[in-house]
Design a protein around this ligand. Structure first.
Ligand SMILES: [Zn+2]
Ligand SMILES: [Zn+2]
Length: 210
């Protein structure tokens, strides 16, 4: 039992983690409950007990959606975009993969669609669909709420935390591109805006001084 280890290694409880996630996210929602539980299971499955302290450099998380639960996963794990310990894949799936970089253990956890319907069974007394889901997801057994798959993940060197491996200049616009995101097209090294089209338009008539 972990209790013999002593207080210094005591892990925060679900309620403590949910409270912190809710504060960071700005509201309590079913996504916070899902995200906190998902992250706690993910850490447990890959053998990480101190994700924001001693083991912070061992942990890498890939999230497959940019919705509420993602904030909770970030809150519990301490992984974030700015440290490159969190990778966002724009797949629109309520799933996340937790990787222990030192052992190679990894687990992908998906929120089961069936859990939405099961919410009625676990909190029939709660009124309102979203409130009912929120309360049910707190107590629902994890095998009903999630699909948990051991996986292996190969993380490209250019996606790892740490200093950029290289910086190159776009031969069309002059922007500098880090982390191997440049594209070679017709023999020219380009940034992605120049290679694939821009997501923005420069409003040159308004860019000048007043
Ligand atoms: Zn939310
Ligand atoms: Zn460019």
């Amino acid at each position: 039992m972990s209790s013999v280890i002593g207080k210094t290694l005591a892990q925060p409880s679900f309620d403590e983690l949910l409270e912190e996630a809710t504060r960071i996210h700005g509201h309590i929602c079913a996504g916070q409950v899902i995200g906190v539980r998902m992250a706690m299971i993910g850490l447990r499955e890959i053998g990480i007990t101190d994700p924001r302290g001693a083991e912070r450099k061992k942990l890498y998380v890939l999230v497959e959606i940019d919705r509420c639960a993602t904030d909770a996963i970030q809150s519990v794990t301490g992984c974030c975009l700015g440290k490159r310990s969190l990778k966002w894949l724009d797949h629109g799936v309520m799933a996340a993969t937790f990787v222990n970089l030192s052992t190679g253990q990894a687990v992908r956890i998906t929120a089961r669609e069936e859990a939405r319907e099961l919410a009625k069974k676990y909190s029939p007394e709660v009124e309102g669909k979203y409130k009912q889901q929120l309360e049910a997801y707190r107590v629902m057994p994890e095998e009903e709420l999630f699909t948990i798959q051991p996986v292996s993940v190969t993380i490209p060197a250019c996606d790892m935390p740490g200093r950029p491996m290289q910086r190159v200049q776009c031969q069309a616009c002059g922007d500098w591109v880090q982390d191997c995101r440049e594209v070679v097209k017709d023999g020219r090294t380009l940034c992605r805006n120049c290679a694939f089209g821009r997501y923005y338009e420069v409003r040159s008539e308004e860019a000048g001084g007043s």
